[in-house]
Ligand binder design. Structure first.
Ligand code: ZN
Length: 225
C-alpha cells in the first residue's frame, strides 16, 4: 500500500471564466477537503485577530494596496497547515507567479496540478457575449439568450455590456493571465505534474475528467491495473 499522509493536495489553474472556481469547489466537496483561495484567506483574516500577520495584511488592504507576494506566501503556508487540511486541500488562485510555485514546492507536497484548458477564443466568446440589465440579471447572447434581443426576460429593462466584458478588456486580462501563468504551467509540466483538462466541455464532464485522472492515479499507486 502506498502511504501519503495528505493524498489530496490539489492545485487548480486556469484562465478567467474557465470555471476553475467551480471545479475547485466540486473537488473540495467530493474529496472532503477545504477549498482554499487567497481571496478567502485575505477576507477571513479580518476576523482572525489571533493571526500575527493580520495587522500587517490589514495595513495594506485598508490603504487599498496589494498585499505583497511574500506575505501572501506566508498566509498560504499557514493556511495549508491547519487541522482541516489533514487530508489535503483544493486550491485555486494560487500560485499566481513562478516564485509562488517554487515557494509552494518547498512548503507543500502537491499531488495534483490541474490546468482547466480553455482557448483564448472561447474565453473571449464567453465573456464578450455577456449582457446584464441594471438590476444585475445576467444573460449571454449565445448560451442564455433573452426572448427579445436586448431586453431582460426577468424585468423588461434594456441590457448592456459591462466594460469588463468588452473584447478589448478581456484581451488585456488574457494577456496578463498568460504572462503570469504560462511560466507556472511550464514549471509543473517540466516536473511531470501538470494534468491538462479539457475545459471547453460542460461542468459535469470537466469534473468527470478530473475525478477519473485522480482515480486512475490512485489505482496505479495501489497496484490495481
Ligand atoms: Zn433584469
Amino acid at each position: 500500500m502506498f502511504k501519503n499522509e495528505k493524498p489530496f493536495e490539489i492545485i487548480v489553474l486556469g484562465p478567467p471564466v474557465s470555471g476553475k472556481g467551480t471545479q475547485t469547489e466540486l473537488i473540495s466537496k467530493t474529496f472532503d477537503v477545504p477549498h482554499i483561495s487567497t481571496g478567502v484567506i485575505l477576507h477571513d483574516i479580518k476576523s482572525d485577530i489571533a493571526n500575527p500577520l493580520a495587522a500587517e495584511v490589514m495595513g495594506y488592504m485598508d490603504k487599498g494596496q496589494l498585499v505583497p507576494t511574500e506575505l501572501v506566501n506566508q498566509l498560504v503556508a499557514k493556511r495549508i497547515k491547519k487541522d482541516d487540511c489533514h487530508l489535503g486541500y483544493a486550491m485555486d488562485g494560487y500560485p499566481r507567479t513562478l516564485e509562488q510555485a517554487e515557494f509552494l514546492n518547498k512548503n507543500a507536497d502537491v499531488d495534483y496540478v490541474f490546468l482547466i484548458s480553455v482557448s483564448d477564443a472561447t474565453i473571449i466568446e464567453r465573456m464578450s457575449g455577456r449582457r446584464v440589465c441594471p438590476s444585475g440579471h445576467a444573460w449571454h447572447i449565445k448560451y442564455s439568450p433573452t426572448k427579445v434581443e436586448g431586453i431582460c426576460d426577468t424585468c423588461g429593462e434594456a441590457l448592456f455590456q459591462r466594460d469588463d466584458d468588452k473584447e478589448e478588456t478581456v484581451k488585456s486580462r488574457l494577456e496578463i493571465y498568460h504572462r503570469e501563468t504560462d511560466s507556472i504551467v511550464k514549471y509543473y509540466e517540466e516536473k511531470g505534474m501538470l494534468i491538462k483538462i479539457d475545459g471547453e466541455r460542460h461542468i459535469e464532464e470537466v469534473f468527470q475528467q478530473i475525478v477519473r485522472k485522480m482515480v486512475y492515479d490512485m489505482r496505479s499507486k495501489i497496484g490495481w491495473k
